[in-house]
Design a protein around this ligand. Structure first.
Ligand code: ZN
Length: 329
């Protein structure tokens, strides 16, 4: 017997520069099956599409379902995107240009496909199913390799006149500060992302300061994972403690300014760095933000860690697609 449309599952896909995550999500937002594959980021659109399909098929197998059981698919993708046509225009992390991901996936999966900005998809997940459930005025910020975010007002993601609003990572927080990947100087992303913290740790090593991160950073060609930073902070490493605190201070300055402009009910802090460093780091960010927040003298605004971790992208993409393609709720 065919299932009613609204009872069907939706696949949520988180397309990242290093890995693809897929989750088969039930109408009650339970993940029925999941899979993870490496992203062939430099091999172009067809290879990325093939890897995504393999990931979806593996997740479907875990859920004991097939393509015919899918109502829709939602993809959180790096951009910039043309959301209307489901096209990735280009990407800093994927070797694609004008790649019609949505139509290609629709063709193979046989269901409608929503392609949305990866950070907004994560924000949508946290808003509906995570730390933001029950709130309508939210700022969400995700700190990882870079810094992304989204603003939700009146229960809607603010897209702005351009469709691209919410680039919290590229607010300039320190005039004449370090160069950002976007070309500007002193962006939040250039001060508080994992990339920024790692650059500072490398500088400290070059200056001869002792740190337990020296061996790891040498083994990884100058790179660090969020977990490496967390380990060093837990061990009381002076360089790590200092640089992580500095990143928290600048993130707090940015969020305090945003709080003064927008007056949200809740600020959600997520992403790999926040996830690995945990509550004590969010406390540092909150303290720095509070010193700025003129509009909140009694501390009414909540500043909380994200709740969904890596699942925010999968759940947000699936739920957004379900909302988009099922008109009768
Ligand atoms: Zn920037």
């Amino acid at each position: 017997m065919a299932r009613a449309v609204t009872e069907k599952a939706v696949v949520g896909i988180d397309l990242g520069g290093t890995k693809i995550l897929a989750g088969i999500v039930s109408p009650s937002n339970k993940i029925l099956g999941r899979a993870k594959v490496a992203t062939p980021a430099q091999e172009g659109g067809p290879a990325i599409l093939k890897a995504m399909l393999a990931c979806v098929d593996e997740a479907l197998a875990h859920a004991k379902l097939s393509h015919a059981d899918l109502l829709a698919a939602g993809v959180g993708s790096p951009g910039p995107l043309d959301v209307e046509t489901g096209t990735i225009l280009f990407s800093a992390n994927l070797n694609v240009r004008n790649f019609a991901l949505g139509p290609e996936l629709t063709h193979v999966l046989g269901c409608p496909v929503l392609v949305q900005n990866d950070v907004r998809v994560g924000g949508y997940g946290e808003f509906h199913l995570g730390a933001g459930a029950g709130f309508r005025e939210i700022i969400a910020v995700f700190v990882g390799t870079g810094i992304g975010g989204c603003v939700i007002q009146g229960g809607q993601i603010v897209a702005g006149a351009t469709g691209n609003a919410g680039e919290l990572g590229h607010m300039i927080i320190k005039a004449g500060g370090p160069r950002c990947g976007c070309g500007a100087k002193g962006c939040l992303e250039a001060l508080s992302s994992r990339t920024a913290i790692t650059r500072r740790v490398n500088k400290a090593i070059q200056a001869g300061l002792p740190t337990i991160l020296q061996d790891r950073i040498a083994r990884k060609a100058g790179r660090l994972k969020s977990g490496d930073l967390a380990d060093a902070v837990a061990a009381g490493d002076h360089v790590a403690v200092k640089e992580v605190r500095r990143a928290a201070k600048y993130l707090g300055l940015a969020l305090g300014s945003l709080i003064n402009v927008l007056g949200p009910e809740l600020v959600i802090i997520g992403g790999g760095v926040a996830g690995a460093l945990g509550g004590p780091w969010v406390d540092q960010v909150r303290d720095a933000a509070r010193t700025q927040a003129l509009v909140d003298p009694v501390g009414k605004i909540r500043i909380e860690p994200a709740a969904l971790g890596d699942d925010a992208g999968i759940l947000g993409a699936a739920l957004w697609a379900r909302h988009q393609f099922v008109s009768a709720d």
